[in-house]
Design a protein around this ligand. Structure first.
Ligand SMILES: [Zn+2]
Ligand SMILES: [Zn+2]
Length: 223
């Protein structure tokens, strides 16, 4: 293809004979030598081209003109095909640009939509967590205060019992034994609050539900 295009320059300098008489013999140039591809005069034929294939210029030119016309028709048809093809490529180009621009718009809209969904999801989960956080912290504080009140009761019992044992006489001990011992039995029967970490496990379960269950993110598929 490139070779063809490069050699094209040769065609632009086709010779046009200005003098129709032979410069060597002064006779009219009316013979074409096929071997040498030259136009010559009849004296030239006798001199150098006797054994060559030659013919009358005007008769040969009619034949060649016919062939040139055939070539011209064929090339013109090719040119017309090329022009049609070019038009098709240009149409494809425009169509492709339009399609790719539409596709870009779809991608941008989709991304915008996903971003909004992610933001809404984030806000919702954080809100749920904030409510849960408040509930659980209140619950833990309540438990702490409960336990502290038990500890205060135990402290009081310890102090009274130790005080009696250290300072009390034999009669004092006998007198107060029943009261202190009954108290000890009652205290041992009390159900203490158990540190079972229940609030935290409830928290984990609820957060887990929030993440799995609430408005799952759509898979970003382009259709
Ligand atoms: Zn001549
Ligand atoms: Zn010749």
């Amino acid at each position: 293809m490139l070779d063809v295009l490069e050699n094209e320059a040769e065609l632009k300098n086709l010779p046009f004979i200005s003098c129709e008489t032979c410069t060597s013999h002064g006779s009219p140039m009316n013979v074409y030598c096929f071997d040498c591809k030259m136009v010559i005069c009849s004296s030239c034929v006798d001199q150098d081209h006797k054994s060559h294939k030659h013919s009358d210029v005007s008769k040969t030119s009619d034949d060649l003109r016919e062939q040139l016309q055939k070539d011209l028709t064929s090339i013109s048809s090719r040119k017309s095909n090329s022009l049609q093809l070019k038009e098709k490529v240009e149409t494809d180009h425009k169509q492709f640009i339009k399609q790719i621009e539409e596709s870009e718009k779809v991608v941008l809209n989709r991304c915008e939509d996903l971003k909004e969904r992610v933001d809404r999801f984030k806000e919702m989960v954080l809100q749920e967590q904030a409510i849960l956080k408040q509930q659980i912290i209140q619950d833990l504080d309540k438990r702490k205060r409960e336990i502290e009140s038990y500890v205060a009761v135990y402290n009081n019992y310890e102090e009274c019992t130790r005080n009696l044992m250290e300072r009390g006489s034999a009669s004092d001990i006998c007198l107060s034994f029943a009261k202190l011992h009954d108290r000890a039995i009652k205290l041992q029967q009390v159900h203490e609050p158990v540190a079972d970490g229940m609030s935290l496990s409830v928290f984990n379960i609820r957060v887990g539900f929030a993440l799995i269950g609430s408005s799952p993110l759509p898979v970003p598929l382009l259709s």
